[in-house]
Write a protein that binds this ligand. Structure first.
Ligand SMILES: *Cc1c(COP(=O)(O)O)cnc(C)c1O
Length: 564
């Protein structure tokens, strides 16, 4: 059954989450969407990848929000047999000194010209396993650290064994974030660099075969955000066979078992996801060379039907060669504005249908949607309610928001409640809608249906950010703090606007500048200078979407990492 995929060498792309389709809940946010977009571009460009992830039968969670802004978390289960084929292979891993069997589902990512990229969804919910072990692959980012470690054993170790059992020939292993770093220990085992075989004075750092087969993309700009485990937990849970913990400490860190360290030590190519992020990571890890490959988004997935039709007519090769979007200059104003108006109306219709709230399609509309967590500062725009009220009284506008908080992120949940208070406070002057259940579908509706995409993270914590890139594919300019990709994408008044300055993250200054730009630049241009506004839409498409897409990104991985 797999012969179509096993005849040639492939790059195995490992990710804890992969957004395959909007309603398959194997993703939580940006990392998973990036993984999905990467595989979609690989399929479009006929690059031989194979994705490896967990089946996450119980998903991340479904979000409801009650009338005072409290997040309600419901299970988001799915049935893999409806979208994937069960594979006739089983592999075993050791967890808590028990044998845990791992099966796999095959999902096919289909490219534009019919090329397919296989994705393996690892599943421990098999009759051979005890009830506890059957749940290991149920909850994406669920439960506690021990549960996470078990998942990472299944992903890293189980993933490598499954690829082999199915007959894949893998010449590179790409770790999308550190969750899958145990795969490198499994490779050390396989290539006989057994830790127990080391002679005195010999180091695992002399494991060139393994390093030459591993690529690591880091996504976390702070040490605290890295995946780490206490060694006594590692000892209790992880396979005693390959875990000579004294030696492993040299690779994964002396105090705690740090997945980022492990991946850094066993990868020949390491990169951050934007130029600034690579610099920040380089300063954090001066002993390693960290390159920059800036993220992107998948063209076809993130372009609303109205813009897709417009591009198909004006720039027919855009799906394969999104760099051709530079030619958007040739598209007449009315055509651009008509596509945007249709997308905006579609969003307003969706809002009316799902919430009963009626927004005015004639008003300038700001969008803000992302994971609700402190560093994203979703409340920055509410810092001075009276100032905001006055801006809206002078030139009316409206705001649409969405985002989930991780179930254990109390700060994030509190932010959602605070925002709901502000919505009430501002009700007479500034219509604000908060839509529950942020997923890929809602993301596309939002990034294409608003006029301005707002982003106000705390520098330098936005490693890349990708939703602004999605907006760009729909001619929507960003108003954003200069962090992550926006440092590379922002051309003031051409692709959007900067909030604050690039050098330092002074919150007070960010707030003042946000209000200043909104009041004196963004809203006046929308109301008084439509022609210039449409030029801005052209800038977003021709200068951002043309560059910040996963076609460009994966070609860079191919030439700078996969072909090494
Ligand atoms: C694109 C996307 C994200 C990531 O957006 P950022 O700008 O990186 O925060 C998160 N969640 C969903 C559902 C998305 O589509």
């Amino acid at each position: 059954m797999l012969h179509e995929f096993t005849g040639n060498d492939r790059i195995a792309y490992f990710s804890m989450e992969i957004a395959l389709e909007h309603d398959i809940p194997t993703y939580a946010g940006g990392l998973g969407v990036l993984a999905g977009d990467t595989l979609r571009s690989a399929a479009d460009l006929a690059l031989p990848l194979v994705g490896v992830t967990l089946v996450s039968r119980a998903g991340y969670f479904q979000q409801k929000i009650d009338s005072i802004g409290r997040q309600i978390e419901l299970a988001d289960t799915w049935e893999p047999s409806t979208r994937a084929e069960f594979m006739a292979a089983k592999v075993a891993v050791q967890i808590e000194r028990r044998t845990v069997w791992v099966g796999a589902w095959l999902y096919r990512v289909k490219g534009l010209s019919g090329v397919q990229v296989p994705v393996l969804l690892l599943d421990t919910d098999l009759p051979e396993n005890n009830l506890e072990d059957r749940e290991i692959t149920h909850h994406l980012y669920g439960k506690d650290a021990a549960y996470r470690l078990k998942q990472e054993i299944v992903l890293g170790v189980g993933g490598i064994r499954m690829l082999q059992a199915l007959g894949f020939n893998i010449h590179k292993h790409h770790m999308n974030e550190g969750h899958s770093a145990l795969l490198a220990l499994e490779l050390l085992n396989r290539y006989s660099y057994q830790i127990r075989d080391l002679r005195p004075g010999e180091s695992l750092y002399d494991a060139p075969i393994v390093r030459s087969k591993c690529i690591f993309t880091t996504h976390t700009p702070v040490e605290a955000g890295q995946d780490q485990f206490e060694y006594d937990m590692v000892e209790r849970i992880a396979d005693s066979e390959f875990m000579d913990l004294q030696e492993v400490r040299k690779l994964a860190g002396e105090d705690r078992f740090n997945m980022t360290r492990l991946a850094l030590n066993l990868s020949d190519h390491v990169n951050g996801v934007a130029k600034r992020h690579a610099e920040v990571s380089q300063a954090m890890f001066p002993d390693y060379k960290i390159y920059a490959i800036t993220n992107g988004v998948h063209p076809h997935t993130w372009t609303n039907e109205f813009f897709a039709t417009l591009f198909d007519n004006a720039i027919p090769s855009w799906r394969h060669e999104p760099e051709q979007l530079v030619r958007i200059d040739q598209v007449p104003e009315q055509a651009l504005w008509a596509a945007h108006t249709s997308a905006k109306q579609q969003l307003m219709d969706r809002i009316k249908k799902t919430t009963g709230q009626v927004l005015d399609a004639a008003l300038p509309t700001l969008g803000f949607a992302r994971r609700m967590t402190a560093y994203k500062r979703p409340d920055l725009i509410f810092s001075d309610i009276e100032r905001l009220r006055n801006i809206a009284r002078k030139r009316p506008f409206q705001l649409v928001m969405a985002g989930k908080a991780h179930p254990s992120d109390e700060g994030g949940k509190h932010l959602i409640e605070q925002i709901h208070l502000h919505i009430k406070e501002l009700a007479d002057d500034l219509p604000i809608v908060y839509l529950p259940g942020y997923d890929m579908q809602l993301a596309l509706d939002l990034v294409s249906g608003v006029d301005v995409w707002l982003n106000t993270p705390l520098r330098p914590l936005e490693a890349s950010g990708t939703s602004g890139m999605k907006a760009a594919f729909n001619g929507v300019p960003s108003l954003s703090v200069l962090d992550g990709w926006w440092l590379e994408g922002c051309i003031e008044n051409v692709t959007g606007w900067a909030v604050g300055n690039a050098a330092q993250g002074d919150e007070e200054n960010d707030i003042l500048d946000l209000y200043h730009k909104l009041e004196n630049v963004v809203l006046p241009m929308y109301y008084d200078d439509r022609s210039n506004w449409i030029n801005l839409m052209r800038g977003a498409i021709g200068k951002n979407a043309a560059v910040f897409n996963t076609h460009r990104m994966i070609r860079r991985y191919a030439t700078e990492a996969y072909m090494l």
